[in-house]
Design a protein around this ligand. Structure first.
Ligand code: ZN
Length: 311
């Protein structure tokens, strides 16, 4: 367990609430698609594991996974006919809902390495210490080689109000790192402007391989919040909380965002961090996964399937 409660000395700036918008992403999805972000509704339907996908899976196996992990993009993102089964499974999970690709990110095969592609608009560069934490956490919890690639985004979106669809399209047309059968590419998007739904949304995870953050909204909050926001979004890509497994974790009971969050202020997956009260109420914001988070990450890495509840 790595639990850190650091004293927060946040210059709050305009941010009064840490709201990463995962629920907003859910709100915009169709009900059946939203259900796939909540494994509890699909428990039992999932039998495919990434390792199985790598080892000459029957067509029905790949289809089963794609059905539960990435229904909303299959029609528009169909890979070329020559794509291998493993690559197809990776792409479908990557293009699917948040958390659904955690098995491919954490399990040893078929994606034997990870690439973090950092897509940055001028004036919205990734925060170096926060990015270093993302890289070190990925190495720690996946035990895979992790490389980092920076890709520039076009300038000019200062003041823009981004929808998730626009962010997704931007990432898809700008990304340079090819996705392949033996690697998983995580896309981290850093843009000027704000989320269309609220200026209080500091970051948003909207797909299995991609999250976006809005440095204009949090740059003045201080390093602790910036790291927390960034690692929190990584946690969603890694399937936390119960976006991949179906633990029925009690600590999600009070999640006002409706899923993917912990009610433990000592976890980076805590659903809200309010810089104005953190110092007095909680003593600080955690930028670390808590013991339950780490147990889940270990279970996924060990081969747990989507929607499962391993002992
Ligand atoms: Zn979140």
């Amino acid at each position: 367990m790595a639990l850190v409660l650091a004293v927060l000395a946040a210059g709050c700036g305009g941010a009064t609430r840490f709201d990463d918008g995962l629920s907003e992403a859910g709100d915009r999805l169709q009900p059946d698609t939203t259900a796939t972000t909540r494994p509890s509704t699909t428990a039992g339907a999932t039998t495919t594991r990434p390792a199985e996908a790598a080892a000459t899976p029957p067509p029905s196996t790949s289809a089963a996974r794609s059905t539960q992990a990435a229904p909303r993009t299959a029609a528009t993102r169909a890979p070329a006919p020559t794509t291998s089964s493993a690559e197809l499974a990776i792409l479908r999970a990557a293009n699917g809902p948040p958390g659904g690709a955690a098995g491919f990110i954490l399990q040893p095969t078929p994606a034997r390495s990870l690439v973090v592609e950092v897509l940055e608009e001028p004036g919205a560069s990734a925060n170096r210490p926060a990015l270093d934490r993302v890289l070190s956490d990925l190495r720690r919890y996946s035990a895979k080689p992790v490389s980092e690639v920076h890709t520039p985004l076009p300038p000019g979106s200062a003041g823009k109000r981004w929808t998730e669809s626009e962010l997704e399209a931007l990432a898809d047309r700008s990304a340079k790192v090819p996705r392949g059968p033996d690697r998983f590419v995580l896309r981290l998007v850093f843009v000027r402007g704000q989320n269309a739904r609220s200026p209080n949304i500091l970051a948003v995870t909207f797909r299995g391989d991609t999250f976006a953050t809005f440095p204009d909204r949090y740059a003045s909050t201080g390093q602790q919040i910036i790291t927390t926001v960034t690692v929190h979004e990584l946690g969603h890509l890694l399937g936390l909380v119960d976006l991949y497994l179906d633990r029925g974790r009690a600590d999600t009971r009070n999640d006002p965002a409706g899923g993917g969050h912990s009610s433990n202020p000592g976890s980076v997956m805590y659903y809200a961090v309010d810089p104005s009260v953190l110092g007095s109420l909680f003593g600080g914001a955690s930028d670390r996964f808590d013991a339950q988070d780490e147990r889940d990450l270990a279970a996924i890495r060990a081969g747990a399937g989507f929607g499962s509840n391993p002992r």
